[in-house]
Design a binder for this molecule. Structure first.
Ligand code: WQD
Length: 344
């Protein structure tokens, strides 16, 4: 008898959400096998995970697009569940290089599904995104809110991957799936040993904010202040990455304890609270007691004015709530940036 609840394969486990989830799973008593090809992450992320959990971790450098490499992982480890994070995620880049996105994000995914089927491993947890809702007609969005046609190849891979999982769960007796639709993940582990590691100029708001605070960027551009919102800037649902990781643990528990109500389920993972871009920037300043340069700039193409989650289903079915306070989250993001840059 092992002391572990079960074994979970985490693809993309050196990434931002992957590292936090791997830590949360280990802390919850799971054995975790991390795979990553470091295409958009660094070995230092695995070191951070080790430091937090206080022991060595199982890691294999594997490209999930390579069936032979992935097959060896399936032969070697007896996991019941895979969490598939490994994917490209830059919306703009996906418009310029759609094939790169379709090839990587869908091939790796189908490789995993095919091997799950062949090796009779039951549970697939997929990283989906609020991006599938597009510019929703009614807010907040529930899991039944109709998806809008994707506006980028990145968004399309998320929609397609959801549908592929739905179809596989319907067709294959032993396969179960959960898609978690993340809103806007931000923040870092309270230890400041892991966090987001964007390469080049960040596309997302909070890394841009923390890099501006660190003096790496001169000024934050707030994209659009003429939206139909209270202060004119976009509304988003910013979810702490540690809360997001906890939602994965709850979803894995649900699968391994066989508590799913249907073979394929979808949950929104957000806070249910809309926050404007301007509010996020000013709260970051207050929470961290510093001043930032920012200016209003034209709207960014493809941005929806507002989206936030109805979290009732996840709260009830997963027994999970977003617990962390936004100011603490913003402090954790700054602590991580300081750790990265060696700022005291
Ligand atoms: C948030 C708000 C911007 C940067 C995207 C993807 C989504 C998911 C997360 C990830 C928007 C504004 C941003 C800046 C700004 N994908 N902003 N100045 O666009 O809600 O979601 O990332 O893997 O699928 O679509 O997140 O952080 O880019 O933007 O004013 O420098 O901040 O206009 O209103 P978004 P974001």
């Amino acid at each position: 008898m092992s002391n572990f609840k079960d074994t979970v394969l985490v693809s993309g486990g050196a990434g931002y959400i992957g590292t936090h989830t791997a830590v949360a799973l280990m802390e919850a008593g799971y054995r975790v096998v991390i795979i990553d090809n470091f295409s958009n992450s660094e070995p230092s992320a695995i070191e951070g995970v080790k430091q937090i959990v206080g022991h060595d971790v199982i890691f294999e450098q594997v490209d999930t697009c390579r069936t032979d490499e992935l097959r060896r992982v399936f032969e070697r480890y007896d996991f019941s569940t895979v969490i598939h994070f490994a994917a490209y995620k830059a919306v703009g880049e996906s418009m310029d290089e759609p094939l790169k996105y379709y090839m990587n994000n869908l091939l790796s995914y189908m490789n995993i599904l095919e091997l799950m089927k062949e090796f009779k491993r039951p549970n697939v947890l997929f990283s989906s995104s609020a991006t599938v809702y597009g510019d929703a007609d009614v807010l907040p969005v529930t899991e039944n809110t109709p998806r809008k046609p994707a506006t980028s190849p990145y968004g399309n891979t998320k929609q397609m991957a959801e549908d592929i999982l739905r179809d596989c769960c319907a067709a294959y007796e032993g396969m179960y799936g959960i898609a978690l639709r993340y809103f806007n993940p931000i923040g870092a582990h309270p230890s400041a040993l892991i966090g987001e590691l964007p390469r080049g100029v960040p596309n997302n708001l909070l890394p841009y904010v923390t890099q501006t605070a660190a003096g790496i960027r001169e000024c934050i551009s707030i994209f659009g202040n003429d939206y139909d919102t209270e202060d004119g800037t976009c509304l988003r649902d910013y979810i702490d990455v540690v809360d997001l990781a906890a939602a994965h643990v709850a979803a894995v528990d649900r699968m391994t304890e066989k508590k799913m109500k249907t073979k394929y389920e979808i949950f929104n993972v957000g806070t249910g609270r809309p926050v404007s871009v301007l509010e996020l920037v000013t709260r970051f300043e207050k929470a961290n007691n510093l001043k930032l340069n920012y200016r209003f700039a034209p709207r960014r193409e493809g941005d929806v004015p507002a989206v936030w989650a109805d979290t009732a289903l996840a709260n009830k079915e997963l027994g999970w709530v977003a617990a962390r306070d936004l100011d603490d989250t913003l402090r954790s993001a700054w602590a991580w940036e300081k750790h990265l840059r060696g700022i005291k």
